[in-house]
Write a protein of this length. Sequence first.
Length: 234
Amino acid sequence: MERRRFLESCAVLGGAAGLARASTAWGDAAPRQYARTRLVDIHGSPIKARGIAVDTNYVFSYPYATTPCFLLNLGRVLPAPAQLTREDGARYAWQGGVGRERSIVAFSAICAHKLAYPTREVSFIKYQARASATSGGGVIHCCADHSVYDPAGGARVVAGPAPQPLAAILLEHDAASDELTAVGTLGAEQFEPFFRKYEFRLTMEYGQSRVRQLVAGDTIVRELTQYCRQTIEC
Ligand code: FES
């Protein structure tokens, strides 16, 4: 069912010619397909959608080994589709959550403002379920400069300097096995600016050959608290 929705959205956006030649009505904001990659735990066992805790930050790498994404269970059926616009004016339609409750979403964890992201040491960006002094609850908040995104609305910008939504990660949910597979992205990718800005850091951390290495097969999902040592509160 989830795969059908993804393919339908591709068909709407790209027509029979496929993802590479998107409908001009949607500019070049059609979904971009990457390797089908199963979400697994640290032991290599597939993540089950029903096991994803509500309002908890999970992180996995996709579509590159060095590009982190958030996996969130927002605990409610999400309104969809959401009509969104990239900084360049191209429009796209986010198709909502997946899973039996349609509550599971994934987004790139690279902030659309100045590309803050969760490192092994610290994360300025995270989902916060509760309201804080600087933003409401149920948002992805980047404490670097206070860009705030709505994960229930495709990670549209609700406050702050970010010029466009976070890129969505497209997930398929297998209803029989309850497993999740990442299949692509939708919205503004920022991977090349990210690689340029953090080339030295990423090379030191991962090795030069892995900086632009695409993931394939499986990708490990961890709680953010297990992924990085410190998360900034704001
Ligand atoms: S880098 Fe995230 S708000 Fe500036």
